[in-house]
Write a protein of this length. Sequence first.
Length: 358
Amino acid sequence: MNSDRHEQIDAMDFACRFFKARGGEVEDQGLIRDILLPEAAAQTLGMDDFFRVGPEEVVEEGRSKVHAVQLHTPLLDRMLTLAGKSAPFARAELKFDYIKTQGFARLIADRFQFYKSKVRVMKTGEARTRYLVLTCRYTAQSDEIKQGLVEICVNMDTGVVIPDMSQGLSHVQKEFSIKNAEGLNDKEIEAIRTVVSRYGQNLVKDRLASFVESMNRRFQRDTASLDAYYQALEKEMRQNLSRSGLSQELVREREEKIAMIPTELAAKKKDLLNKYGICIDFKPAAALYLTSACVTVFARLISGRNNTDFTLTYNPVTKDMDPVACQSCGAGTYGIGLSPDLNINCLNCLGLRPSFGE
């Protein structure tokens, strides 16, 4: 998948949520969106009450008829600035015409990996759950800076990231409730921080691949130059030692300087590592709090004579099972087993391999 195209879609989705969170109306016209904003919200953006946005700017008679919503465009930059001051927060309920009612045993068997255990579906029941779609602006800083937007979808009841959910949301009907939308409580905010810390870098890994490659290439180039410089320096200094007429004191001083070359080279390489090392920072830009119908699957994990009951969630957006939260580390996983103390554990906590998303 082309990462630039993916970021462009994220930018448009973020922009539409931004407008709706400020009381605006958004009408879908294909690639173009018609936006009607309250007067105060329009003034903060420096826009008219009504305007149009799209993936590319369209100018007619010297005026923008369609304003571009892409990274590093003036309109998106203004939205990001306002979002950084107070992240837009909206609520919506997902609406479905049909939700799967059977076949969960086969779906679970196909989706999950069970270590020295087997699962038995006991019963299923209609339920409701909560998801948060958090749009973050990420900044990867090294010798250069790369910025972009990334969406993280979290099941608020289990605390695990739901892969590929944001793509499916565009096809689901939503009933927004923006007025008096309350934010998250302190416990939920702390849980989201943990999720961003755990999964954030992996979620932007593909988008930063060329950036990381560039920094690594420059690091290796400069490191090679340093090696060549200090090798030449040492060679020259040793050749100078063979000159006649040097006092013993001068010889000793030069030998001490030669002996210090490895230490000085290591310090220079450490400086380069700091220069080209990549630090990634995430800041919330918008949040969409979703309530959704789902199916709770009550299951029993059996390992030899031991067993324990647990629940799984069928997600009607992804048409898949959500990952299960490991009862030891909290990570979402599709590979589980039963620990000696009868906890549902990811394979990593069972000492096998990293769990999903890590």
